[in-house]
Ligand binder design. Structure first.
Ligand code: HEM
Length: 308
């Protein structure tokens, strides 16, 4: 069943993909973090040893190994007065490569959000206390997320995977069981990826709102072509990855968000392909997914533009 949602294996070297937008996006992330610190960072319990281990482990892996090895022109290890540091060569700041008990997890997650153009969600397995079954549920324990699309991480923290996906049509019936099995079996060193896409109208990268909230609220139920602000109508794609940390056994769900203006897609000659993909979304095997993505509002106007 998970085949329907397009999960593929991922080369561990490609866990994070940075591009030339890095400096501009990092500065946007920093200004959002100043404005909305409570929305962007969340931890269930800073003093919980398992959660501390998971955040510390991810932090150390990223700043001590992955980033300086994979992106040496952006991150360089350096030592200073006995401390292990990594220099962000774009911002010229020095960052600790690991955190100890004196550092709040929130602070560590902020450092990730400020330096890495990726959103992170950390989940830990829990076994129901009274049950003898080996069935584990994954709970969202911590996040650093500047660009969630149409949901509020603050409302998801502390919840199980199935409850997080409560608004997603077909999740309970079609995905829940296979997702739980999939999570239980995800092995260290064998990350996976999937891509999610939709169209957004009047939203930019920061979209920490409920679906159908703010931007669309003031708009008619069904947009006409002239209602579209073409400068602010984007295909929004998330490249999502999942990997397991070896020590804490936490699963890290991470995503990188891309926005493509529909004007550019059409100008590059790909308008018909996108219009056909929207047709496909409308006829999806998962009933309700088109509505979940607000398709009734934008699809006709966007297709009219793409096919004109
Ligand atoms: C195998 C892994 C996963 C699959 C197959 C999956 C599937 C989905 C699907 C189908 C949707 C609807 C939008 C879309 O097409 O992407 C969705 C939404 C979402 N997913 Fe997942 N998901 C996965 C993992 C996760 C994890 C680990 C989290 C942890 C935070 C998560 C959080 C969310 C949230 C917050 C939404 C939006 C829900 C809302 O509208 O309130 N997903 N997911």
């Amino acid at each position: 069943m998970l085949g329907d949602v397009g999960i593929e294996s991922l080369d561990p070297n490609d866990l994070l993909l940075f591009d030339q937008t890095y400096p501009e996006r990092i500065s946007l992330r920093r200004s959002l973090l100043r404005e909305y610190p409570k929305d962007i960072i969340g931890v269930t319990d800073d003093s919980n040893a398992r959660i501390r281990l998971a955040v510390q482990e991810l932090y150390r892996y990223l700043f001590q190994s992955y980033l300086p090895c994979r992106y040496p022109s952006q991150f360089r290890l350096c030592g200073e007065s006995g401390k292990y540091l990594v220099e962000n060569l774009v911002t010229h700041e020095k960052i600790l490569t690991e955190i100890d008990a004196s550092i709040a997890l929130r602070e560590a997650l902020e450092t990730m959000a400020e330096n890495i153009d990726e959103d992170f969600f950390i989940l830990l397995p829990h076994r129901p206390k009274e049950s003898k079954s080996s069935h584990e549920s994954y709970v969202l324990e911590a996040y650093a997320a500047c660009f969630p699309s149409g949901f509020q991480p603050g409302e998801k923290i502390g919840k199980k995977l199935a409850d997080i996906h409560e608004p997603v049509p077909g999740y309970r019936e079609k995905l829940e069981r296979s997702m739980d099995r999939f999570f239980a079996r995800l092995e260290v060193g064998r990350p996976v990826k999937r891509v999610n896409w939709s169209l957004t109208v009047d939203e930019e990268l920061y979209s920490n709102f409920d679906k159908g909230g703010t931007a669309l609220k003031t708009k008619p139920d069904k947009l006409a072509l002239e209602d579209l602000d073409l400068q602010k109508t984007f295909v929004r794609c998330e490249r999502q990855t999942l990997h397991r940390l070896p020590e804490s056994r936490a699963i890290v769900f991470a995503f990188h968000t891309y926005l493509y203006p529909i004007q550019d897609i059409k100008a590059e000659g790909n308008g018909e392909d996108l219009a056909a993909a929207i047709d496909g979304l409308q006829g999806s095997k998962i009933p309700g997914i088109f509505t979940y993505k607000n398709g009734e509002k934008w699809a006709d106007a966007v297709r009219e533009f793409l096919r004109s």
